[in-house]
Ligand binder design. Structure first.
Ligand SMILES: Nc1ncnc2c1ncn2[C@@H]1O[C@H](COP(=O)(O)OP(=O)(O)OP(=O)(O)O)[C@@H](O)[C@H]1O
Ligand SMILES: [Mg+2]
Length: 324
């Protein structure tokens, strides 16, 4: 508090000169504290006359500083939570990518091999002087189709690893589910497990970030597959969609693995909780935050031996299945 410029300590002479130059007569700084940390200050300046800053004025100024400080702290907290969520989502996408890498390599190798075959075929025909215009046009078209396929796969990869805010658009849920299933079939084949799909017809469209929702599905289906035991029952995972009342859609992912013990079930959705040697423990926590960011929910709603079910519920357009 500086009632007048004579109160400025002698060692701060440059400050006193600056204040005098700006015509400042009195100055009051009120510090803003949040969680016992200094987060800023409010300055009151008198230009017309000197002011002793009454106790009542200082009290009110402190109240105002507290209000601003808590608003700042809340905003900083929100920003930190957003940054944390984006960071986690990114880590998860990249982690899942490395597991999907084998599938992606496989997806790309096939069209590349086809292109090489077409080119070799052309070479042979050329060498024998048997390459007509029509034949060449057909082969070029085939090559183009295969090259486009490679491009499509790479686009998909890019969408998964790219970081960014959710980009919502109206989408058909069944289509999104089917894309994920076709990517994951190979994993199930290798593990000798079954992957069943039961899609309800005419589910209404949902407004979602398709990549994020597919990420949730990949996480749930992969968890389900990893939970299948080598017991006597053949491992089976069921993915189903169903309309739930007028304004919600559910996607269920159910496996016939062992029941999840109570003490584990309590912690499933906590970040970095994992019972797997290679697990990051992020799959379910990120998936739940994605579900909630869509105004939906993700829960474990059946847990008994041979039937473990996770349900992702999303708000849908009520009424008809007509796209707006
Ligand atoms: N379908 C399931 N059946 C039994 N346990 C499950 C199932 N899904 C998840 N869990 C348990 O929940 C834990 C947390 O799952 P989460 O997906 O968050 O992490 P994770 O699979 O261990 O690692 P990652 O980050 O690679 O996904 C798992 O380690 C596992 O113990
Ligand atoms: Mg997981």
């Amino acid at each position: 508090m500086l009632p007048n410029l004579d109160a400025v300590p002698p060692e701060e002479e440059p400050l006193r000169r600056d204040l005098a130059e700006y015509g400042v007569k009195s100055l009051l700084f009120v510090p803003m504290h949040a969680a016992r940390r200094l987060v800023g200050a409010i300055a009151f300046v008198r230009y017309e006359e000197e002011d002793d800053w009454s106790a009542e004025f200082i009290r009110l100024a402190n109240v105002a500083a507290d209000i601003y400080a808590s608003a700042f702290a809340r905003r900083a907290g929100d920003r930190r939570a957003d940054a944390h969520r984006n960071e986690l989502a990114h880590v998860l996408r990249v982690g899942t990518m490395s597991q999907l890498a084998a599938d992606i390599v496989h997806e790309i190798r096939q069209p590349l091999a086809a292109i090489v075959n077409f080119v070799n075929g052309c070479r042979r025909l050329l060498a024998g002087d048997r390459l007509g215009r029509g034949e060449l046009t057909r082969v070029l078209e085939d090559i183009e189709t295969e090259a486009r396929r490679v491009n499509q796969v790479l686009d998909g990869v890019y969408r998964h690893v790219r970081r960014g805010a959710p980009q919502k658009a109206w989408a058909e849920l069944n289509g999104l589910v089917q894309e994920v299933i076709s990517l994951m079939r190979r994993e199930f084949g290798l593990a000798g497990a079954e992957l069943d799909v039961r899609l309800e017809r005419d589910v209404p469209p949902v407004e979602v970030d398709a990549v994020q929702i597919q990420q949730v599905l990949v996480n749930l289906v992969r968890n389900a597959r990893e939970a299948l035991s080598d017991g006597d029952r053949p491992g089976r995972v069921l993915v189903a969609t169903r309309r739930c009342g007028e304004d919600a859609i559910e996607i269920i992912v159910e496996d016939n693995g062992p029941q999840i013990p109570e003490e584990i079930a309590e912690k499933l959705f906590s970040p970095f909780f994992s019972t797997k040697p290679q697990g990051l423990g992020l799959g379910l926590s990120i998936s739940r935050s994605i579900a909630e960011a869509h105004g939906g929910s993700l829960s474990l709603d059946e847990n008994q031996p041979g039937q473990v079910r996770f349900t992702l519920r999303l708000p849908a357009r009520s009424g008809s299945g007509v796209r707006p």
